[in-house]
Design a protein around this ligand. Structure first.
Ligand code: NAD
Length: 257
């Protein structure tokens, strides 16, 4: 599958799933824009290294996805956007009554509102180009819930709704909008949750992975960033031209339970 010469913007892509998807897109000939809220030498070096590895155009643009104006500025600064992958996300785990308002606001801003802003800024570019793909990285938590993840689950259900609206508003144009719903993928976001869970359940790391994290993932295996990149590439293919407004689960059977 090819996205040769298409401009691909991946939010939150200096690590984890975003980086994995960006690498698959670069490997398929996409001109990739990497993003995060930091602006370090490592961030720009990452783009240079990817450009050299894949022989394609890769840039890094700093923009904080918790700020609406920076979300829109990212798209404007990129200058074009054929494929928008809304991936930036954070997590915080606490019972509802103890959930801090600051954490709630940050999760809703980064995991949900950022996609509203980037999509609003990108659609005119896709319309001008006569082709576009919006791919929102939701979660199994966009379709089901878990305790202690109120903001995350609310934001991920929200992004599934935003995906449907985007699809309906573009239904008669060569633009599609879909959400990918991963189960657990071993990235820094998940790795950071392991020590607290080890303490909470008094378990070893291995037991937390097998009995807590993968408890609801019937395959008992993590999904990989390469599999998510492949799913995103499929959504960019001609075969997926009529796939719009839907969710694709990559969750080892979680949502079949
Ligand atoms: P990660 O922590 O490895 O990566 C998150 C990325 O978002 C990083 O590049 C980080 O720099 C960026 N980011 C965070 N705050 C930002 C901000 N304010 N502005 C710009 N960028 C910001 O996490 P991940 O596991 O790769 O998660 C990526 C996406 O996938 C998230 O939306 C997450 O909810 C979703 N997801 C992850 C899993 C999983 O198991 N890892 C499962 C389902 C869904």
């Amino acid at each position: 599958m090819s996205v040769q010469g298409k401009t691909v913007i991946v939010t939150g892509s200096n690590s984890g799933i975003g980086l994995g998807i960006a690498r698959e897109m670069a490997g398929a000939g996409g001109h990739v824009v990497l993003n995060s809220f930091s602006d370090t030498e490592d961030d720009h070096q990452l783009a240079k290294d990817m450009a050299a590895e894949f022989g394609t155009d890769v840039r890094y643009i700093k923009a904080d996805m918790s700020k609406g104006e920076e979300c829109r500025a990212l798209i404007e600064q990129a200058g074009a956007c054929d494929i928008l992958i809304n991936n930036a996300g954070i997590q915080h785990v606490a019972p509802l009554q103890d959930f801090s308002t600051a954490k709630w606001d940050a999760i809703i801003a980064i995991n949900l509102s950022s996609s509203f802003h980037t999509t609003a800024a990108a659609l005119p570019m896709m319309r001008k180009a006569g082709w576009g793909r919006v791919i929102n990285i939701a979660s199994a938590h966009g379709l089901t819930a878990s305790p202690y993840k109120s903001a995350y689950v609310a934001a991920k259900h929200g992004i599934v709704g935003l995906t449907k609206v985007t699809a309906l508003e573009t239904a008669q144009e060569p633009i599609t909008a879909n959400a990918i719903c991963p189960g657990y993928v071993l990235t820094p976001l998940i790795d950071e949750q392991i020590p607290d869970t080890m303490k909470e359940y008094n378990m070893s790391r291995e037991d937390v992975i097998k009995n807590v994290l993968l408890e609801r993932q019937p395959s008992k295996e993590f999904a990989t960033v390469e599999q998510l990149g492949g799913t995103a590439l499929y959504l960019c293919s001609d075969a997926a031209a009529q796939v719009t407004g839907t969710t694709i689960s990559v969750d080892g059977g979680w949502t079949a339970l």
